[in-house]
Design a protein around this ligand. Structure first.
Ligand SMILES: *Cc1c(COP(=O)(O)O)cnc(C)c1O
Length: 393
């Protein structure tokens, strides 16, 4: 066996998911990367170390994860963080007072909060725009624009944003394009291929994949940018511990297999919901009725595990629906092996004023589902029963 882990160029995605960044431990032969639970590392002489000095700055378990994630996104450099928000925060650290950021209007709520309630106080300016409309994005650009921040598919309405078009706008504006790829994962979509400068992740979701760890990551192809991100990673110190890194590495090994089944289950469930008489509307990029279905088919290898739908019923009926399932668990978050559901109006989007929420399409009857890996028959029967009970049919 060679000493070097397979590089990003010479093996397929599923092989890299298991091997990239990892090799048997040179000391013991341990096949899995050990959890290097050490805060500090012995030096052979002052300043003469073997690549590691102190675990905030770098840790071998974290390096294995960072190299693995970089390889999966098709990038050269990966950085892991203590949470998705810590990763996103680090991108904002690149900016200076007075800089302007163009942001997708339905980005993750925590991202919205970080931008408007933390960084607005540091004199960064944000314009929230409909990123399904590249002209609107281009019009929002000002001479001070340094960053374009997008997510695709979006949450909870699963709109698909054209990565090629966003890269064009960012380039014309001489701004960085950062894409939060948490919903799609690199198994389905690799934004660097479309010209993104930075890919951000909440590892808490599909990459960890088992709802047992919180983490984040940034991946880039640009060495200078990576060095700046690394400076803030170390200076701010929101780094993950080696056990968290080990858990995420365990998750990424099965990412391609999980995403295939998540996508298959979600597509089956979405098609069934679309034909259900009590369901007014289904949002899933894999359905032909989805307004950006063709773009999604071009840009993504499969359509992912997130489905949203609108019950033809009141806020109260919808509360009964999400409280009435047995296989689906009522909870926020997503991306684990287990199916979850939630009501955005009363949960993830409760802080958004009702008028504004309705205008954005987040209606009282909207339900968001993270479709897990359980048997599809059980998932369908569970939702069917909860819908009937909610509507007293
Ligand atoms: C969960 C999530 C985040 C935040 O990640 P944490 O790990 O919870 O800090 C950011 N973006 C998206 C799209 C998410 O779903």
């Amino acid at each position: 066996m060679s000493d070097d882990p397979p590089s990003k160029d010479d093996t397929e995605f599923a092989t890299r998911a298991i091997h990239a960044g990892q090799r048997p431990d040179p000391e013991t032969g341990a096949v899995m990367t050990p959890i290097y639970a050490s805060s500090t590392f012995a030096q052979d002489g002052p300043g003469d170390h073997r690549g590691y000095e102190y675990s905030r700055t770098g840790n071998p378990t974290r390096t294995a994860l960072e190299d693995n994630l970089a390889s999966l996104e098709g990038g050269e450099y990966g950085r892991a963080f203590a949470s998705g928000m810590a990763a996103i925060n680090t991108v904002l650290n690149l900016l200076e007072a007075g800089d302007h950021v163009v942001v997708g209007e339905d980005v993750y709520g925590g991202t919205h909060r970080l931008f408007t309630e933390v960084y607005a106080d540091y004199d960064l300016r944000f314009s929230f725009v409909d990123t399904t409309d590249p002209d609107a994005v281009a019009e929002a650009v000002t001479p001070a624009t340094e960053l374009l921040w997008i997510e695709t598919p979006t949450n909870p309405l699963l709109q698909v944003i054209d990565l090629d078009a966003m890269a064009e706008v960012a380039e014309a504006a001489d701004a960085l394009l950062a894409v939060d790829n948490t919903f799609a994962t690199p198994a389905l979509q690799r934004p660097l291929e479309y010209g993104a400068d930075i890919v951000a992740h909440s590892l808490t979701k599909y990459l960890g994949g088992h709802s047992d760890v919180v983490g984040g990551a940034l991946i880039t192809d640009d060495q200078e940018l990576d060095e700046r991100l690394g400076f803030y990673q170390n200076s701010v110190g929101a780094t993950p511990d080696p056990f968290a890194c080990f858990l995420v590495l365990r998750g990424t090994k099965t990412l391609p297999v999980r995403m295939e089944r998540h996508s298959e289950n979600a597509r089956t469930l979405a098609a069934w919901l679309e034909d259900h008489p009590a369901i007014e509307r289904v949002y899933y990029p894999g359905l032909e009725s989805h307004p950006q279905h063709e773009l999604a088919a071009r840009q993504m290898d499969a359509f992912g595990g997130m489905v949203s739908f609108e019950l033809d019923g009141s806020l109260e009926a919808t509360e009964r629906l999400v409280s009435g399932t047995e296989v689906f668990t009522l909870a926020e978050s997503l991306g684990g092996v287990e199916s979850l559901l939630e009501q955005p109006a009363t949960m993830t989007h409760a802080a958004v004023p009702r008028e504004q929420r309705l205008e954005a399409g987040v209606t009282d009857g909207l339900v968001r589902v993270s479709v897990g890996l359980e048997a599809i028959e059980d998932l369908r029967a569970d939702l069917a029963g909860a819908i009937d009970a909610a509507l007293d049919r």
